[in-house]
Design a protein around this ligand. Structure first.
Ligand code: NAP
Length: 338
């Protein structure tokens, strides 16, 4: 098997990945996107997106991702709809990076843009998955407007939970913040802000046991359990937002790319550069503060420009063992049986 050495491989297919693809494609870098099976990132799981500029009437999350993918494809982006399973990232400037897909399919590249995103942490209780998008949500900023006048629940005790509760309180009739301890992880200022809002109440120490769809009820019932007394309480016809944190999808680069304590990729200054030369990172994989489609798209653009400038400015290292001599741009390399 022979294969070309790509200019750029992009791993991930949310707004960051597809924007990086669009920019690198328009720079004639012929990018290859390894987009996973469920391409499109977290926006594939949302309904209407009303806060992405350029769509005054709003747009469905999956339609927005399809449009981003189509736009990248229009300029020649190639896609592999499969998972990147491991990487071997070069340590020297100009070195060739290796990316494996589906265990045994090796791809080579001069630059890699990491855009694997983050997943909402799940409660892992019965009914959560089945009722996702039908009364159970992970993003009040995205979905609160659909719960106008409804009774709602926020699960979690951190800053995200408070922020979501405050946002949701403008739409919902009532917001119950359900948290498993009496103490909150949220900052005092956020907690105080939430406490000052009339239609936000706090239920502690409770956990959600399950979500149940009930016939004739528009929204599910959330069954709660008091962790001290064991008492069960059913909140009927409620929209629930789970805000218990995010998990960056950085497992395949752990040990090679510097990560913070929570597993987010660390980038240098205001750039998208990582600790490995020619490897850049963008989107929710890096950002645990803003986490918006538009900020992810913006950082995908930055990563594309960083990759373009790196390719322009970095001389190639001597031909790696196993590769033919000559211009690496034209090289066809038969990898050893790895
Ligand atoms: P976080 O601070 O890690 O809080 C997660 C919360 O969810 C905790 O209260 C935790 O409970 C609870 N939790 C975790 N797993 C749970 C489970 N399985 N069942 C029930 N509850 C569970 O996450 P975050 O709120 O997303 O914040 C992440 C970072 O972003 C923080 O540094 C935060 O300050 C920052 N942030 C800042 C702002 C702002 O300033 N405007 C807004 C959002 C986020 P325990 O406390 O019992 O562990």
């Amino acid at each position: 098997m022979t294969q070309p050495i790509e200019n750029v491989i992009i791993i991930g297919s949310g707004p960051a990945g597809y924007t990086a693809a669009l920019y690198t494609a328009r720079a004639n870098l012929d990018p290859l996107v390894i987009e996973g099976f469920a391409w499109g990132g977290l926006l594939q799981q949302t309904t209407e997106v009303e806060n992405f500029p350029g769509f005054p009437q709003g747009i469905q999350g999956p339609a927005l991702m399809q449009a981003m993918r189509d736009q990248a494809e229009r300029f020649g982006t190639r896609f592999i709809t499969d998972m990147a399973t491991s990487v071997e990232l070069a340590t020297e400037p100009g070195g060739i990076h290796k990316v494996w897909v589906d265990e045994d399919e090796l791809h080579l590249a001069r630059t890699v843009i990491l855009a694997m995103g983050a997943e909402h942490k799940k409660l892992g209780v019965p009914g959560e998955e089945e009722l996702g998008g039908r009364g159970v949500s992970y993003c009040a900023t995205c979905d609160a407007a659909f719960f106008k006048g409804a009774r709602t629940v926020i699960v979690g005790g951190g800053d995200s939970a408070m922020e979501e509760a405050i946002f949701l309180s403008k739409f919902a009739e009532r917001v119950d913040v359900v948290h498993r301890r009496h103490e909150f992880r949220a900052s005092k200022i956020m907690l105080d802000r939430a406490r000052a809002i009339e239609n936000i109440a706090f239920k502690t120490p409770y956990v959600v046991e399950e979500f149940v769809a009930v016939e004739g009820q528009q929204l599910p019932t959330a069954r709660l359990r008091n962790v001290e007394t064991g008492e069960i309480e059913a909140l009927e016809n409620v929209g629930t937002f789970i805000a218990i944190g995010h998990e960056p999808q950085s497992a395949i680069v752990r040990g090679q790319i510097d990560l913070d304590d929570e597993g987010y990729v660390i980038t240098q200054g205001r750039s998208t550069r990582t600790n490995r030369p020619g490897v850049f990172a963008a989107g929710d994989l890096v950002d645990h503060t803003y986490r918006q489609a538009i900020t992810a798209a913006g950082s995908g653009c930055q990563a594309a420009l960083d990759a373009e400038w790196y390719l322009r400015d970095t001389p190639q290292v001597p031909t790696p063992v196993g590769m033919p001599e000559g211009d690496l741009a034209e090289a066809q390399w038969a990898p050893s049986a790895e």
